[in-house]
Design a protein around this ligand. Structure first.
Ligand code: BGP
Length: 462
């Protein structure tokens, strides 16, 4: 069978400033929470390359953009670093940063690669965290100013903007599960962070629209569709609740302009609703997105709660459902994530049927693998057939979704080149291009990169 995709389909990859640029202390950039946290815990580095160097894109972007061409990119998403552009969080703009981002954007365009820019990828400037991070309205206002600065500086050439990447991750990782700085475990504060982020997003959308820049703006969400263990009503209800917490909590307000009633009810009953300021709900309601980014890695599987959690225990979403591990699941052992390709199709059909068929694209999907050097062939490049298979199997389902009318504009792999990751540093590699940390960040295209070029040249595969 031939899988053909539209000729204007976006083929490319996603990355982020903090995971690729490096040069963390150069040209006026100030620390984000990541620089701060890792400086306190050097043992978390998993090797000597931390957020300070990452993949050295800051100095190698020209070479990298040539490699993007060689791997068939017609579009590329990365993020601007707030702590580089406005090192004090608000106030003075760093001219060196303006120059860098201008150079990257211009170089991409000169090479026929559509630049897609995201504004926030987990990288709170440390000085803003000290003011309370997303719990603080002052920080929300500073973010909106930062967003406006970006639109004004680069909006003549960047036509696709995203306000946040996976905004639920800072809620979960920093306020529920003790994974990211500032390591707070408090559902109510997490709910406040979620609400404040959505307000920040909506305000940035409003600012963008007011500037009349002739582009589109949206948000990137990691969707984890919830599947019940069985068709039993209590399992189905558990999946519904998980979906409210982990998907619809963001997806509904940014597309439909309102929080799901079921979620509000659950929070209200437990006295966990965040503080809502005057005008918040109106601003959310009047600024729906016009483009959605969907990051998809794995589904969520749940079953009805087997043992009730005593009511005095501090609330967590998991008090309402239990995780369920599918016995015959396929898994990526390096990351521990289930691989279930057809879920990408379910997401597409859900957006088509329940979200007004809004335009979206697959903004991340990918496979992190440890120890890829062992797949190096005699010509010196890594033969990552497993990655090719991973992409191809997902694309078959994307193709089916497209055939059935989903409004999907493209597919972006996570990621272009091996990069630094929040929890695993360089342990797992995701790139189409290898980065050799022991040889001055030397880049080598993997087999998947060659394959991706053929895929995009042919607008599909057989
Ligand atoms: C997404 C993030 C990316 C990236 C990716 C892979 O959630 O948007 O920044 O890191 O996941 O995950 P990890 O690097 O943790 O394996």
């Amino acid at each position: 069978q031939t899988y053909s995709f539209p000729s204007d389909f976006w083929w490319g990859s996603a990355a982020s400033g903090p995971q690729t640029e490096g040069a963390a202390k150069e040209d006026g950039r100030k620390p984000s929470i990541w620089d701060y946290w890792y400086s306190k815990q050097p043992e978390c580095f998993h090797g000597e390359v931390g957020p300070e160097h990452t993949s050295n894109f800051y100095h190698m972007y020209k070479e990298d953009i040539q490699l993007m061409k060689k791997t068939g990119h017609n579009s590329f998403r990365t993020s601007i670093q707030w702590s580089r552009l406005i090192p004090d969080g608000k106030g003075t703009i760093n001219e060196k940063a303006v120059q860098f981002y201008n150079d990257v954007i211009n170089e991409l365009i000169a090479n026929d690669i559509e630049p897609i820019m995201n504004l926030y990828h987990f990288d709170m400037p440390m000085c803003m965290q000290e003011k309370g991070g997303w719990e603080s309205r002052e920080v929300v206002d500073a973010y909106v100013e930062y967003a406006k600065t970006c639109f004004e500086l680069f909006g003549d050439r960047v036509k696709y903007w995203f306000t946040f990447n996976e905004p639920i991750v800072p809620v979960e990782a920093s306020y529920l599960y003790n994974l990211h700085y500032p390591h707070i475990v408090d559902f109510k504060r997490g709910a406040q962070v979620a609400h404040n982020t959505i307000v920040a997003h909506a305000k940035a959308v409003a600012v963008y629209k007011k500037l009349n820049l002739n582009g589109r703006i949206g948000i990137i969400l990691n969707l984890t569709p919830s599947y019940p263990r069985s068709k039993k009503e209590e399992d189905v209800q558990a999946a519904h609740i998980a979906d409210l917490f982990f998907n619809r909590s963001f997806l509904d307000p940014v597309t439909k302009g309102v929080y799901p009633a079921g979620l509000i009810e659950i929070l209200k009953e437990r006295n966990l609703l965040p503080a809502v300021e005057e005008g918040d709900l109106e601003i959310i309601q009047s600024n729906p997105i016009d483009l959605l980014g969907v990051n998809y890695y794995q589904p969520r599987r749940v079953k009805a709660k087997e043992e009730q959690v005593p009511p005095e225990k501090p609330f967590m979403p998991e008090h309402l459902f239990d995780p369920y591990i599918k016995p015959d699941r396929k898994i990526n052992p390096h990351r521990g994530w289930e691989i279930c390709e057809e879920v990408i199709y379910d997401i597409m059909i859900n957006i088509r049927d329940h979200y007004d068929n809004i335009p979206f694209f697959i903004s991340e999907n990918g496979m992190g693998v440890e120890g890829e050097e062992k797949f190096r062939n005699h010509e010196g490049y890594i033969e990552d057939d497993y990655r090719i298979e991973f992409i191809q199997e997902h694309l078959k389902w994307v193709h089916k979704g497209l055939q059935e009318g989903a409004n999907c504009l493209g597919y972006h792999l996570w990621t272009f080149m091996d990069n630094w990751s929040w929890a695993n540093a360089y342990k797992n590699r995701y790139g189409l291009v290898e980065v050799d940390l022991n040889r001055d960040f030397k880049r080598t295209i993997k087999k998947s990169g060659q394959w991706y070029k053929a895929l995009t040249d042919n607008h599909g595969f057989t």
